[in-house]
Design a binder for this molecule. Structure first.
Ligand code: ADP
Ligand code: ZN
Length: 753
């Protein structure tokens, strides 16, 4: 790609918006200009534009260029290219941020791969991977290499008087070892001044970061933990992916920590990815508490922009050794990575659902391979993709069998068939009785509502028959007003049958309804109980969570009512009863991953019960008791669930046995979106590899979003190669499409269908 500019005029208009090495680029000057491909944040398929500069620049250098009357930041992708247009029309660079070290080659390879794999413009992928400070056309301040301060012999002998408490505290802390200025300032805000004075007295040594100081672990690892850690350590220095599988509380985190400590002790870096959940701050705290003296970079969406830029640079310069963050942290440039950890690897938040639609776990594996280091994916309920790889031997399976603390027993899980039970706003009589008894005995309960992917499905309350699409593997969704069953995968539609085709029962009902007034029902049934509802509205702010934890800790809550948001996270010590009201909601949605998610959620929510010394109980109400997911939950047997579910996926050629991509389009009117996709589909049908199926287009389950209406089409293929070939053809066609007011996107390996 090239930029044609009326360069002469531009030159005349340029105002220096910053004074940092602005270059007297001369467009008429073509004696010895060197042409560069620059990655810019523009929606062009190639994503690279050509600019000229008198000197060759290293790839990865940040620069500023003119683009459509604005000065924007870009990254040199290649130098010394041969332009394919008249060189006189190529604009010069505006500025080169030569003081900044270039973004490393491994990072550029990662971005090139991500852009290619996810069919996204390279320049925009690069912008998505950079923190805000590096997306701006201004130089950034580079972080100072950390200095560590310690007392000399003389310093130790010269304790400040104890009555100067703050000075004394500083001195005392330094008696304990070397500390960074940031840590010293926390002890005494006057630290910079005092340290300066003491340095003048020769009481202080300041030295650059050597190997980080590591604290010993609180625990002695049990045999299984030791074995797992030893396997990981044996892979240091080469690529080997591990799946660390163990139920919640089995001690996975301690295994990561042990391996992490070994890498840090060698002075190498660790990338530690966590899911993006409300409890991320708590999880971060645990990691930071264990590695308190290790220079750490924290990168997640709530980190302030300035801090994120600095942490990004500290990681890139090798100053930060432990890099912790959520999915976006997978793009952090790393000087010398020795280990990657992905905790809760099954979690949906590793998938970015807009713009560059990447799966951070998958990119992390790719990175580990490039960097020749081991990667540990950990979970109590691994994604079926990862489990399949562990079964096939592509990943090494490490397993932790029991809970690490002997006292913490597994909860007792019961599945209650409520098909013929009267329900009071969703509650069966046995569920209410359990809640009442537990309240009387002073226990804490959680009433859990399954809201995710909720879609009404038709179901026979007599024989349990459900309605799958006759044309594909998806379940059909009930559209009451249209009196239709619709497949949101291939758009097959049929009228709602008036009786069950299997048993003739005329009482066909919708699955999973009637939980609107849970809270009121509880208040009526348990007048004395302190009930707290937790949902998106009641926890809109970060502080609400902290407040909630405090109240739980202070024993101020008897019954928590909530959704998915409550499933993950920390121990609620007193919680010993979980009642799941409408487990089925998502099971018969069109989404083939719904059982996998439900299983993970129910395992997680069950894991909440009885983590302290009292064993817990879990009661799951369902209208679909025969569904395999419940037998597996009752037995708390992931293996049995995963093997059955994988067998089914194999049968239908679904991931991980087949490969998918979604092409989505939205418009003000659904008909326009559908028509756009339909026309593209027909236009491309003859060119696509034969093995690639085009399913749809169909309206999305949630058709309307932000005043637009959405449709999607799936490409499905037995091989990744064919899928990507088809996507490349789609990509070209989309780029040329001149559709009015239609937006489109490509989602490779989509998680939401
Ligand atoms: P997971 O990450 O699998 O959920 P954790 O590592 O958080 O499990 O461990 C669960 C609990 O058991 C924690 O409170 C942890 O401190 C404790 N724990 C872990 N390993 C050991 C061990 N070897 N000895 C004693 N307690 C342990
Ligand atoms: Zn279908």
């Amino acid at each position: 790609m090239v930029v044609y500019g009326k360069a002469g005029r531009l030159e005349g208009r340029l105002k220096p918006c910053f004074c940092f090495r602005r270059l007297a680029g001369n467009v008429g000057y073509n004696g010895c200009m060197i042409y560069h491909h620059i990655a810019l944040n523009v929606p062009l398929a190639g994503g690279l534009l050509t600019y000229a500069h008198p000197e060759a620049l290293s790839a990865g250098t940040r620069v500023a260029v003119r683009f459509v009357n604005k000065t924007v930041a870009g990254i040199v992708w290649q130098s010394g290219i041969t332009p394919d247009i008249d060189p006189a029309k190529i604009l010069p660079l505006q500025a080169v941020f030569a003081e900044e070290p270039p973004l490393p080659e491994a990072w550029r390879r990662l971005l090139a791969f991500a852009a290619r794999y996810y069919h996204y413009p390279l320049g925009q992928a690069v912008a998505a991977a950079l923190p805000q400070g590096l997306r701006e056309a201004r130089p950034v301040a580079l972080p100072e290499p950390p200095l560590f301060y310690s007392l000399t012999e003389a310093g130790r002998l010269n304790a400040p008087p104890e009555r100067h408490r703050k000075q004394y505290a500083l001195w005392q802390a330094m008696c304990g070892g070397r500390l960074e200025m940031a840590a010293l300032k926390k002890i005494n805000p006057q630290a910079p001044k005092l340290i300066g004075q003491w340095q003048a007295q020769a009481w202080i040594n300041a030295d650059a970061a050597a190997l980080p100081v590591l604290r010993p672990s609180e625990h002695i690892l049990n045999e299984q933990q030791q074995a797992a850690s030893a396997h990981i350590q044996a892979a240091f220095g080469r690529f080997q992916p591990f799946l660390l599988y163990g139920i919640t509380g089995s001690g996975k985190t301690e295994v990561y920590f042990d391996a992490v400590a070994k890498v840090l002790a060698e002075g190498r870096q660790v990338l530690f990815l966590l899911p993006e959940i409300n409890l991320t701050p708590q999880l971060l705290k645990r990691v930071q508490a264990r590695f308190a003296d290790v220079p750490t970079a924290v990168l997640h969406s709530q980190t302030a922009a300035g801090a994120r830029t600095q942490d990004y640079l500290r990681a890139m310069l090798g100053q930060a050794k432990l890099i912790i963050g959520t999915r976006l942290a997978v793009f952090t440039p790393l000087a010398d990575v020795g280990l990657i950890v992905v905790d809760e690897e099954h979690d949906g938040s590793f998938k970015q659902e807009n713009e560059l639609r990447y799966q951070a776990r998958d990119l992390a594996v790719w990175r580990a391979q490039q960097a020749a280091c081991p990667i540990v994916l950990g979970s109590a309920t691994p994604s079926l993709e990862s489990w399949h790889k562990a079964q096939s031997g592509a990943y090494t399976l490490l397993e932790l069998g029991a809970r690490a603390r002997a006292a913490a027993a597994l909860p007792q899980v019961d599945v209650l068939d409520v098909r013929r039970l009267p329900l009071d706003n969703g509650f069966s009589a046995p569920a209410l009785k359990l809640l009442q008894d537990n309240f009387k005995q002073g226990g804490m309960s959680l009433v859990y509502l399954n809201r995710r992917g909720f879609s009404p499905a038709l179901f026979c309350s007599d024989c349990g028959r459900t309605f799958g699409c006759p044309r594909c593997s998806a379940k059909m969704v009930l559209h009451r007003r249209a009196r239709q069953l619709r497949c949101h995968h291939c758009d097959y539609r049929q009228a709602v049958p008036y009786k069950c085709p299997d048993c003739g029962n005329q009482d066909l009902t919708a699955v999973g309804q009637g939980t609107q007034r849970v809270e009121e029902t509880l208040r009526t049934m348990l007048p004395g109980a302190r009930i707290e509802r937790v949902d998106r509205d009641s926890t809109a702010h970060k502080n609400d969570w902290a407040a909630l934890y405090q109240r739980i800790g202070a024993d101020e809550i008897d019954i928590l009512v909530g959704t998915q948001m409550l499933a993950k996270g920390h121990d609620f010590a007193r919680l010993n009863l979980v009642v799941v009201l409408n487990a089925d909601g998502s099971l018969y949605s069109a989404d083939f991953r719904a059982p996998e998610r439900l299983f993970a959620e129910l395992m997680q929510v069950s894991g909440r019960a009885g983590r302290a010394d009292a064993p817990g109980r879990v009661l799951i109400q369902t209208q679909l008791p025969e569904h395999g997911v419940f037998a597996a939950i009752k037995a708390q047997d992931y293996r049995c669930f995963a093997d059955a579910e994988l067998a089914e996926r194999r049968l239908f050629g679904l991931p991980p046995f087949g490969f998918q991509a979604a092409i989505r389009a939205d418009a003000l009117d659904i008909r326009a979106a559908l028509q756009f996709l339909q026309e593209m589909k027909e236009g491309l049908a003859a060119q696509l590899p034969e093995s690639v199926a085009q399913m749809g287009p169909a309206p999305m389950l949630m058709v309307r979003l932000a005043e637009r209406e959405r449709a999607q089409l799936f490409l499905e293929a037995p091989s990744r190669k064919d899928l990507h070939h088809a996507l490349a053809l789609w990509g070209q066609a989309l780029a040329q499409a001149r559709a009015h007011k239609i937006r489109w996107s490509v989602d490779v390996d989509p998680q939401e269908v």
